[in-house]
Design a protein around this ligand. Structure first.
Ligand SMILES: [Zn+2]
Length: 60
């Protein structure tokens, strides 16, 4: 995702990649968009599921 008209950052959160375990710094914007990681969904037994950009690109 390319940021051209960058909205304000609401918060920065750290999540862990579900594949490689790397910490991901995710920047969340006021419009609820985010960069830095790839969020999929809440999995009931796992919680939030995140992948880093590297692992996410390996899926393609
Ligand atoms: Zn990863």
């Amino acid at each position: 995702m390319k940021i051209k008209d960058t909205p304000k950052i609401k918060k920065e959160i750290t999540r862990q990649c579900a594949i490689c375990g790397k910490n991901i710094l995710v920047k969340v914007f006021v419009n609820e968009k985010y960069i830095g990681g790839n969020y999929f969904c809440d999995i009931p037994t796992v919680g939030e599921y995140w992948e880093c950009d590297k692992c996410y690109n390996n899926w393609k």
